[in-house]
Design a protein around this ligand. Sequence first.
Ligand SMILES: NC(=O)c1ccc[n+]([C@@H]2O[C@H](COP(=O)([O-])OP(=O)(O)OC[C@H]3O[C@@H](n4cnc5c(N)ncnc54)[C@H](O)[C@@H]3O)[C@@H](O)[C@H]2O)c1
Length: 268
Amino acid sequence: MTMTTTATTTAATDGLTDRVVLLTGVTGDIGTRYLNAFTRAGAHVVAVDLPSCESEGRRLADEAGATGPGRAVFVGGDITDEADVRRAVDEAVQRFGGLHSVVNNAAVYRTLGGKRALTELTAADWDLVLRVNVVGTWQVIKAAAPHLAASGDGRIVNIASVVSRNGAPGFAHYVASKAAVEGLTRAAARELGADGTTVNTVSPGLVDDAASRELNTSDYLATAAGARAIPRPMLPEDLVGAVLWLAGPAAGFVTGQTLVVDGGGVFV
Ligand SMILES: NC(=O)c1ccc[n+]([C@@H]2O[C@H](COP(=O)([O-])OP(=O)(O)OC[C@H]3O[C@@H](n4cnc5c(N)ncnc54)[C@H](O)[C@@H]3O)[C@@H](O)[C@H]2O)c1
């Protein structure tokens, strides 16, 4: 018996026009890059970040929306606060008519404030990082899930980090939080799949952005860059293709997966 295959000419990031995306952590270098890429692709974005980032967040959303063709609105909120998260989801439904995709990019990363041995971390350090990076991510999934189900084609992209594989020293609580994000992804993929919602993780390598430059020496960044199969610094735009693909219709039968994007630093 011969099998026929149907060639498809669909580009990986096609189909984002008029998709409504909830994106968290939008004022960080990487989040801003996702915001601009989504609106350029025609998606409408509810851009979320802490209320303390309000003026910067509004400016970034206004700029992205003005460039378009997609529109963008900023919502100040803390992802660990159930009411804030609900307000962001409601904004998507009221302003843009629904919700199709979520990118859980917000995390305590830059504000880790430096590297510390695990023997120096406190329980309060752990509480904050796990509360934002894991519980906050779950909180957004919980609030978004019914609306993603209503769309019949929902997408959730969680952001982890290769540190959960290479065990980068200096922030054990952050490393553990990103491993937990991968587990949460798999659990959510199982629970939400029957509704047509996919849930995946993008796991970035060390990005040469403002946050990483605050936490790492330039020697450390250069060594990481040189150790990659593609031996160069990683930039925020290196993540855009993977995130937009997993957030869009083309990736509808991929779920529960972790896609490492790090130029071949670690192989999984
Ligand atoms: N930069 C890297 O090298 C790297 C590598 C791997 C993974 N990542 C991940 O990529 C994502 C973006 O990284 P980044 O470098 O832009 O980090 P960043 O720290 O600069 O940005 C994180 C963003 O999340 C926001 N945020 C923090 N707590 C929040 C809360 N409770 N509610 C709402 N928003 C909150 C911050 O205000 C900030 O805008 C993070 O999930 C990070 O862990 C980054």
